[in-house]
Design a protein around this ligand. Structure first.
Ligand SMILES: NC(=O)c1ccc[n+]([C@@H]2O[C@H](COP(=O)([O-])OP(=O)(O)OC[C@H]3O[C@@H](n4cnc5c(N)ncnc54)[C@H](O)[C@@H]3O)[C@@H](O)[C@H]2O)c1
Length: 675
């Protein structure tokens, strides 16, 4: 395909994508009943600030429509706490279309349009009407005017322009050059003192910032598959800690919560890891959606019957996943009363967002909570705190009986500690339970450079996905033949994963795949894809990764929780990564405040890169992927993580132009009597 050629499309969608903000008034949106809606947001603005929010919203529209739109937007603000501009949601089916169906003047822009559409596909997105992809508040855009303008800009963009995105708002197309990113995204960048949860509520309601989560605001979400893999690796390795060298996870029980956007992957991952699992989910819609999709085997809201079924499954070592429709606190307490032995425990409620629908307190129904969080937010906060104390108490009773509990990056321990729950270690400084990164993902994966590399086949063809799976498998297999002992297990797990990936039917939305690989693996796989594209064997491919990776995220209670030199509270690595990716050839880059653990608690970034079979793409992928992983390895190595020091030395041996500053290790006895 000639990237400069304007592509021809089915008339309606093409017109809608090019249309931008129409001069006429579109028909009001018809809300379909079965679409999961975002919770009503906190009413936080003063009357004067509400006027400002409406004034801000109206600047997207021609003046002659203001008389109609002003009261309509005011009404949205009153009813939902935000102005989504529902009427402007294009009346089309949202899904990742084959790349040639997008009206674009350059293929890179078409690829970004495809990825944006995928993030808003109702099969993929958690609250598609509110432009929320996952995590309750992970937004692609703040409102539908922004979506429309962005698609219009992308349809017009040429290879020497860059679209600048300020938290969902397209500032405009700016002249740049062919090797520059086509889009630069920042989400939620705040003056540090204005980065408290209520600051998000206020400035998001004003329409000037948004919570981009990780892959929502960077157009890189690929549905729950993305997290299935990370969760599988985590559960598998957590299980190995218990099973020891036997590696037999049969009959082990894993208990957790959340069947939402990302958390919905847990039962599937547990099945792949070969354990029995129970996942509590308070929202019946979310639980049944996962059941219908085949991500969880059985659903029940009856705790007595659940206890019987679980005991039987454990005894028979069946591989089965249960969804419990109810509150996770009740589940932990019931299993304690009934002496059900839990081997592995965790939690994936959205505690990065505890006061606005991320965590439903025990003792209140789902509906009661939804009303209380809006009508009496202070009482709701109290209920959440009480529930977290009960929650932690129940977990503690189980861990005393031998459960291995880990924080799964949802800020459970952080929020529980803030609520006064008994989750601190004896030193009063650290938590009594490890984060999964401290114990598992950090030392076993990130420090060696293994992280959630992913790709999307832009043709939309399942055959392309099969071909790319095969290419990736063959590369990993080849690498495993001469790999050092330290990374053999990782390669082995990922070879198994990619071999079975097709069979596990994890595609929801775009034809996408995730695979943990290190810098060498990612580069070799990407180069092989690019060759296959050049040879006409497959269509164009978008590469990317979760921000939750080796170098992409600074987050002291999650991705960088295994950094112990004090720098876990700095964000230089993520910012450097974003900047470094942008001048090494990324097609788009993004930098976010607020990922999985909450606004103000994390800075994370990512990239997207289009492979089109060209020599340019080959040059870019080699330069960018090398940096994208080795930045984090160098930082982790400087923090004295021994696995990363090993990886940094290895990387320098294979690339003479890489010179990493290595730490000298001090004999601790020299420090003992100094202070
Ligand atoms: N460790 C990781 O790699 C990782 C990856 C992705 C997400 N996360 C974090 O996990 C959390 C969940 O992400 P998500 O995308 O699934 O969010 P989500 O909001 O889509 O899902 C959370 C689910 O938890 C349910 N829930 C809330 N309180 C509950 C309770 N008391 N009992 C039972 N169910 C309850 C909600 O109804 C919701 O469906 C987030 O904080 C996210 O940042 C961690």
């Amino acid at each position: 395909m000639n990237p400069n050629q304007t592509i021809v499309h089915p008339a309606n969608t093409v017109e809608l994508l090019r249309e931008g903000i129409p001069t006429y008034l579109p028909k009001p949106l018809i809300f379909e009943a079965d679409i999961n809606r975002a919770p009503v947001r906190k009413d936080i603005l003063s009357a004067e600030e509400k006027r400002l929010a409406v004034r801000n919203a109206l600047r997207y529209f021609p003046e002659e429509l203001h008389e109609i739109l002003a009261p309509e937007f005011a009404d949205e603000l009153k009813t939902y706490g935000r102005i989504y501009m529902y009427r402007y949601r294009p009346q089309r089916r949202f899904e990742a279309m084959p790349i040639e169906n997008y009206p674009a003047r350059c293929l890179q822009a078409a690829a970004i349009m495809l990825m944006i559409d995928n993030n808003l596909d109702p099969r993929v997105a958690q609250h598609p009407y509110e432009l929320i992809t996952y995590g309750g508040n992970g937004a692609v855009f703040q409102n539908w005017a922004q979506y429309r303008l962005v698609m219009k800009y992308l349809s017009e963009m040429e290879e020497d322009q860059t679209l600048v995105m300020y938290s969902g708002h397209p500032l405009g197309l700016f002249p740049s050059h062919k090797d520059a990113p086509r889009v630069v995204v920042t989400n939620g960048m705040m003056i540090p003192n204005y980065s408290k949860p209520d600051d998000w509520e206020k400035f998001n309601a004003l329409g000037v910032t948004q919570y981009g989560q990780m892959t929502a605001g960077s157009y890189m979400y690929i549905g729950p598959q993305g997290i299935v893999h990370g969760t599988t690796i985590t559960v598998l390795n957590a299980g190995r800690k218990l099973a020891g060298s036997s590696n037999d996870l049969g009959g082990k029980l894993f208990v957790t919560a959340g069947l939402g956007g990302m958390s919905g992957a847990q039962p599937k991952a547990a099945n792949i890891a070969g354990v029995v699992s129970v996942t509590a989910e308070v929202n019946p819609k979310a639980a049944y959606k996962r059941h219908e999709q085949g991500w969880v085997d059985k659903v029940t809201d009856n705790l007595d019957s659940l206890v019987e079924q679980v005991k039987k499954a454990v005894k028979e070592k069946s591989i089965v996943s249960f969804a419990y429709v109810g509150n996770v606190v009740d589940l932990w307490e019931k299993f304690d009363e009934e002496n059900v032995m839990i081997d592995l425990g965790s939690d994936q409620t959205s505690l990065h967002n505890p006061w606005a629908g991320g965590y439903y307190p025990a003792g209140l129904s789902f509906e009661e909570s939804n009303v209380m969080m809006v009508q009496d937010p202070e009482l709701f906060k109290l209920k959440v705190r009480e529930s977290l104390v009960r929650h932690a108490d129940a977990v503690n009773r189980h861990t005393q009986k031998g459960t291995y509990f880990f924080d799964y990056g949802n800020a459970f321990l952080l929020e529980a500690s803030r609520a006064g729950a008994d989750v601190m270690a004896d030193d009063g400084i650290h938590f009594r339970y490890p984060s999964y990164v401290q114990d598992i993902l950090g030392p076993m994966c990130f420090d060696y450079g293994f992280g959630p590399f992913r790709w999307v086949c832009c043709s939309g063809s399942p055959n392309d996905l099969v071909s790319t799976d095969k290419i990736a498998h063959d590369i990993l297999h080849e690498l495993s033949l001469n790999a050092p002992e330290e990374i053999k297990q990782q390669l082995k797990d990922n070879i198994k994963w990619i071999k079975e990936a097709g069979k596990n039917k994890m595609v929801v939305g775009s034809q996408a795949r995730i695979l943990y690989a290190d810098a060498e693996g990612r580069t070799k796989i990407a180069a092989a894809f690019n060759r296959a594209i050049a040879e006409g064997k497959i269509g164009p491919v978008v590469l990317g990764r979760d921000h939750h990776d080796v170098s992409g995220t600074d987050s002291p209670y999650r991705e960088t929780s295994n950094i112990y030199d004090g720098s876990a509270f700095t964000a230089d690595m993520a910012v450097q990564n974003f900047v470094g990716d942008s001048f090494r050839g990324a097609t788009w880059v993004s930098l976010h405040n607020g990922g999985g653990v909450g606004w103000g608690e994390v800075i994370n970034g990512g990239f997207g890169m289009l492979l089109d079979g060209s020599a340019d793409a080959d040059r870019r992928l080699r330069s960018m992927l090398h940096w994208d992983v080795n930045n984090g390895i160098a930082r982790r190595s400087w923090a004295r993580n021994k696995e990363a020091m090993f990886a940094a030395k290895r990387a320098m041996e294979s690339e003479p132009k890489l010179k990493v500053t290595l730490p000298n290790i001090v004999d601790d006895r020299l420090l003992d009597n100094l202070f």
